[in-house]
Every structure is written in C-alpha cells, then in structure tokens.
Write a protein that binds this ligand. Structure first.
Ligand SMILES: C[S@@+](CC[C@H](N)C(=O)[O-])C[C@H]1O[C@@H](n2cnc3c(N)ncnc32)[C@H](O)[C@@H]1O
Length: 228
C-alpha cells in the first residue's frame, strides 16, 4: 500500500511537471564547484564525442596522476577535445598523443561495429592547430602500437584509451599496463557501450589473473589503477 501511494505521488508530481505547474528537481552536477574544469570544458566540448561526466572524470583522474612520477598518453585523439582538456589541466606533464588522424584502421567484423575510415573528419594539421596552446603535447601519428616504437623505456601515470575497437584496446593494454607507475591510472572509454563490445572483452581478457579490479568511473567509462 505504501509503495502504491509512493508511486502515485511520483506520477502526480510528474504530471504537474508536464503541465508546467511544477519545476523538475535536479541535483546540481558533480562539477558545480570545479572552477578550473568549468573554465576549460567549453573549449573541449565542440571537439569531443565524450560526454561531460566522462570528461569530468578524465580531468579528475589526470589531476590525480599529475601528482605521480610518469608521463601521460592518449590513444584515440580524433579531433583533440579530451587531449586539450588534460593538456591544459596538467601543463607540467608531457602528453603523448596517438592516432592515425585519418580515421579508424581496419576493424574485425566479428566483434567491432566500426569500419575502417570511421572518424576520418580530422587531420594531424587541424589537431596540431587546435592544440597550439599546449606545448606539453607530443604527436605520434599513424597506427598504434607501431607508433609507440622508441617509448619502451617510458613510464606512465595517466593513459586514456578511446580507440573503440577490440585489437586497438588490446594493444594499448599490452603496451601501457606494464609501464604504469604505482597508482597510475589507465582509463578506457566505451566500456559496456553496445556499439563497442570489444572494449569490455579486451579488458576482461587482459585483466584475468591480474590483481587490480577495474572501476566503472562513469557510464561507459572504466579505469584501472595500478597496484604498487
Ligand atoms: C572515438 S574516436 C576518439 C574520440 C576522442 N577521444 C574524443 O575526444 O572525441 C576513436 C579514434 O581512435 C583512433 N584509433 C583507433 N585505433 C587506432 C590505432 N590502432 N592506432 C591509431 N589510432 C587509432 C581512430 O583513428 C579514431 O580517431
């Protein structure tokens, strides 16, 4: 009975909102007091596919990682939105940016929903121009992991992987996980997003037998924090 009354009250309130007789109550967003994020995000928004809640988590995790030794990396830069956010938030960190800058590489139709050439509405020159105010970025254009050659001795505190397809996510995990510093974070986009099934499959396979437990940081985003 109490349950029914609660439901009826909710329906009644919904009806009043629909009729314009009552304002919908929404909790303020988590980033309401994050002044720096609120200042940087408007420049990010037009150049990213990543939602504001996920961008907010990237900003927070990057700031956490900036207190650790180790460099930063992002694989899957596309038009540069999330790279710009993190580069501006952490000017003291070198950020390695990996992408073909010409669209998705060959995909595997047995697991990927994307096809080669998706996200080709970008270019290295355009992203370099957009990131011209970030002297801390280093570009690695081409196919990852080939473009990571020469970085084998580096250690990373923050790695953001937004590559959408199984093979690329797996390659990123294999390259970066062993190079994370203790407390370093590797964030994956599109975790449990139905259009990118390969992300979760790659992470689940890769983490089997490893001590860290992946953390869902926002809808469709997941992070691994490296144990000491
Ligand atoms: C969804 S977009 C990235 C979105 C971006 N982070 C943003 O802020 O909107 C995915 C990108 O991953 C890149 N990509 C996927 N696999 C790759 C690989 N193996 N090497 C280089 N780039 C890759 C594609 O070229 C594409 O630009």
């Amino acid at each position: 009975m109490a349950y029914l009354l609660k439901k009826l009250r909710k329906l009644w309130k919904g009806l009043l909102v629909l009729l314009g007789l009552r304002k919908r109550h929404r909790d303020p967003p988590m980033w309401q007091h994050a002044e720096e994020f609120l200042r940087l995000y408007p420049e990010t928004r037009p150049r990213t596919l990543v939602s504001i809640d996920r961008c907010f988590m990237l900003w927070q995790l990057a700031r956490h990682a900036a207190t650790l030794p180790g460099e930063f990396a992002e694989v899957g830069v596309y038009q540069g939105g999330t790279a710009h956010l993190v580069a501006r938030a952490c000017p003291g960190k070198e950020i390695h940016l990996f992408d073909t800058f010409g669209g998705m590489p060959v995909t595997d139709p047995t697991i990927d929903h994307h096809v080669a050439g998706d996200f080709s509405d970008t270019s290295l020159e355009a992203v370099q121009a957009y990131l011209a105010d970030c002297p801390n970025v280093v570009f690695h254009p081409g196919l990852f992991p080939e473009t990571a050659a020469g970085l084998e001795d580096r250690r990373f505190a923050y790695v953001y992987v937004d590559t959408d397809i199984y093979r690329s996510v797996r390659d990123c995990l294999e390259f970066f996980y062993p190079r994370l510093v203790p407390g370093g974070v590797l964030v994956l986009d599109d975790y449990e997003w139905p259009h990118c099934e390969g992300v979760k499959v790659a992470l689940t396979e890769f983490m089997a037998g490893k001590p860290e437990v992946p953390i869902i940081t926002a809808r469709y985003q997941c992070a691994v924090i490296r144990h000491p």
